[in-house]
Ligand binder design. Structure first.
Ligand code: ZN
Length: 129
């Protein structure tokens, strides 16, 4: 399953709109029901309007009424996409809002993939609830 979602992330990366940074990212979000939503990073001339691939995938799924998430695969980089592309702090915070602590974050690397839990990447995160 990890390799399947990684492949989806890799395909989503092809749609990346990143003319300014040239850093292309794709993400594939695995739902509890087995569905997969994908996202890519989308930049704008006003850099602060940029949205990461991970949040695009999450927002697409949430906007269609989904709220049970198991894992996200992330593939990104300039040219070398086998170097793990860690999710940024903003994406980790959004994951903490919608995903359980054992939510899996799967990153492509030279050996295939490496895997973390959300609680490993965002220990003691901020939550109002
Ligand atoms: Zn991010």
């Amino acid at each position: 399953m990890n390799l399947k979602v990684l492949k989806k992330a890799e395909l989503a990366r092809e749609n990346s709109y990143s003319p300014y940074s040239k850093f292309r990212v794709g993400a594939a979000l695995l739902l509890a029901n087995g569905d997969i939503f994908t996202g890519c990073n989308i930049e704008a001339s006003s850099y602060s309007m940029t949205c990461c691939a991970e949040r695009v995938a999450l927002f697409k799924a949430i906007s269609e009424g989904n709220n049970e998430f198991k894992a996200i695969a992330i593939v990104g980089g300039f040219d070398d996409i086998n170097k793990p592309c860690m999710p940024c702090g903003a994406c980790r915070q959004v994951m903490a809002e919608f995903c359980p602590p054992d939510f899996k974050i799967i990153l492509k690397n030279n050996d295939g993939f490496e895997e973390y839990t959300l609680s490993e990447l965002l220990p003691k995160g901020f939550l109002l609830k």
